[in-house]
Design a protein around this ligand. Sequence first.
Ligand SMILES: *Cc1c(COP(=O)(O)O)cnc(C)c1O
Length: 391
Amino acid sequence: MNNTTKLIHSVPVDPLTGSISVPIYQTSTFVQDAPGENKGYDYARSNNPTRAAFESIVAELEGGAGASAFASGLAAIDAVVKLLETGDEILAVDDIYGGAFRLFTHIYAKFGITVNYVDTTDAGNVLDAINPKTKLVWLETPTNPTLKISDIEAIGKIAKQNGALLCVDNTFASPALQQPIKLGADIVVHSATKYLGGHSDLIAGIVVCKTQELADKIKFIQNASGAILSPQDSWLAIRGVETLYLRVQEHSKNALTIARFLESHPAIDKVYYPGLKAHLNHDIATQQQSAFGGIISFTLKNDTEAAAKTVVCSTSLFKLAESLGGVKSLLCHPATMTHKNIPAEKRRSSGVADSLIRLSVGLEHPDDLIADIDQALLKSAVTNRKLAEIA
Ligand SMILES: *Cc1c(COP(=O)(O)O)cnc(C)c1O
């Protein structure tokens, strides 16, 4: 059966009423027939039918044995780190999501869990850095905001040979484009706030595990720590994820068209998009992804904060905001927004140049999006010429 059909029909019909939409079970507890005798649900932190439906839909999408949904992507990441013990080490991609960096280094370091950040675009670096203390290898591919690609299969083998788990944050690709468990990952996490939800209307996260044993451990942590996804948000996440394939394919098509336009634009220096032949590890992206997603980053020839700010303040369809993965196009200036707390030199050396702009390409028509970016680039060029004349 085609994946799209499978996804749409993995959303269960309510067995009690025939409701074709999953009911929102807005309840805290479930009445029991006798002590300990219930219909599979006892208390809504432990389990809730609306949340369980979302969890099983995403588990199937990722090809995992089970999933647990959380109140945010970061709560999902937090649950995975709680599998570790004092003295364990995480080996993580150096271009990691800022929130994961903050959690690892500012929360878990004080519990004696260490993190080693390496450039995972070369699997050899993972082989060099892994050691007996490494219990978790943490990948994002593509990364934020420079879309670095790492070889999941090769790194999965290295993790396995060294007795470590491989967890992939699959937020950027989504299971519609990339299924890390099939490539050797043990765990997949998502900020469901992004493509899974897909409409910029909720904060949610999910952990999917390859084996039932791991899924049970995460379920235990979900109940023990309690950062669960609410029934209302679980329903909204189901409503969003039903159209995942359609949306992500369109996001990818639009983004490839725009990336090619940017690549040939005279005001642009570098374009970061895994679908471009010039992108580092484009061949690996082609092997492990079915398309290249909706996120593009680029730098300007005039590599200044002022030029970038003119661009991001001059678009009308691309809205200036953090986050990504919704139907409306967004753009942001990482140097002064998502990455503003990183010292300038460290930020620049990791590829986040002063003029770097990140696009989350939405579902508008690509011609309109290109016209919007083009006039903003022109305005920036004119403004900077004027500034130069005055100076
Ligand atoms: C947004 C994001 C997160 C964090 O998710 P929240 O839902 O905001 O908590 C984690 N990883 C990646 C790659 C993200 O883009």
